[in-house]
Write a protein that binds this ligand. Structure first.
Ligand SMILES: *Cc1c(COP(=O)(O)O)cnc(C)c1O
Length: 316
């Protein structure tokens, strides 16, 4: 499992390596949301997403003997960039398996960080199988994007910063893919802000984590959302165990609602969010009765909008 003390250790490991990210509130957003909304700007992390906190924490905690073997993981996006970035910082060999339909820009983002990209599989499940095969052949250590305790502890540092910056939040809304971020938020809130509701949000078009949380057992569901970061087709054991009984609620929003929130981020908060990074705000806008008049933090988890997403923002 992962405890608050692991998050505190992660923060010590990250000190001086990653910035404390800003937490801003925007009157123009508040007016639309009819709530006081604090945006946690993880989009300004070096790889443009919160996950790098986890990648760094993992590498910092890893013994040199293990680092020497190199790391292997699977991802279409920000997890790949996070592990590749941390491996580069620690001078560790990194192999990322990406599904064959991954865009050229996503592959480039990982290659420029020095990682080796292996293209294989129709989806993330198939990419995982290939990553496991590479490891079975003796070529490095496998990193699960969801079931790795160091990743959860590392991303928890973002929530320490949130609760230190604002002491009386009513809620924090966390976009969920595998659930590491929301699990970490629940651990940290439990100690630093017990009165603050931790609320997860996922796309209606990829509800595997939502259905897993509701049913109490990890299930698979089609991931048809176009929102990277939320497009995860199964529940992961570790974050699900940590989220059980610890989330106040878990909301779903449509991909269209996410685009609307992304647009509001751009026009009212001068922020380019990727879809997943706007999902928290989308939940606040889609559930006004839950959030009206409250003080709520939304985590802008990432800013890596694809060129397709950017085009969609201006074409409505
Ligand atoms: C990975 C990711 C998420 C989902 O985080 P999990 O920890 O997998 O639940 C949300 N937003 C962005 C931008 C991401 O990269």
């Amino acid at each position: 499992m992962v405890a608050f003390s692991d998050v505190v250790s992660a923060r010590d490991a990250l000190a001086g390596r990653l910035p404390v990210t800003p937490l801003w509130t925007y009157p123009a957003v508040n007016e639309v949301a009819d709530a006081t909304v604090y945006v946690k700007h993880e989009n300004v992390q070096p790889v443009g997403a919160f996950k790098v906190r986890g990648g760094f924490t993992l590498l910092a905690a890893m013994p040199e003997s293990r680092r020497r073997g190199g790391l292997v993981t699977w991802s279409t996006g920000n997890h790949a960039q996070s592990i590749a970035y941390a491996c580069r910082e620690f001078d560790v060999r990194c192999t990322i398996v990406m599904p064959v339909l991954t865009s050229e820009e996503k592959m480039r983002a990982v290659r420029v960080l020095g990682a080796t990209v292996v293209l294989d599989g129709a989806d993330l499940g198939a990419a995982q199988a290939r990553a496991e095969q590479i490891v079975a052949e003796g070529n490095g250590h496998l990193v699960s994007p969801g079931d790795t305790p160091e990743l959860v502890a590392g991303v928890g540092t973002a929530y320490m910063e949130v609760f230190e910056a604002v002491s009386d939040l009513d809620a924090v809304v966390v976009p969920i893919g595998s659930g590491t971020g929301a699990a970490a938020a629940a651990i940290v809130a439990g100690v630093m802000a017990p009165g603050c509701d931790v609320i997860g949000v996922q796309s209606t078009a990829a509800p595997a984590a939502y259905e897993s949380w509701r049913s109490g057992t990890c299930v698979r569901r089609p991931a048809r959302t176009v929102v990277d970061g939320l497009a995860v087709g199964r529940g992961y054991e570790l974050p699900q165990r940590l989220m059980k009984g610890a989330l106040a609620d878990f909301l779903l929003v449509t991909d269209d609602q996410i685009v609307t929130a992304q647009r509001l981020m751009a026009t009212h908060a001068h922020t380019l969010a990727e879809g997943a990074g706007a999902a928290g705000l989308a939940a606040v806008l889609a559930h006004p009765d839950t959030f009206r008049g409250r003080r709520v933090a939304v985590v802008c988890t990432g800013g890596n909008a694809s060129s397709r997403e950017i085009a969609a923002l201006v074409s409505a």
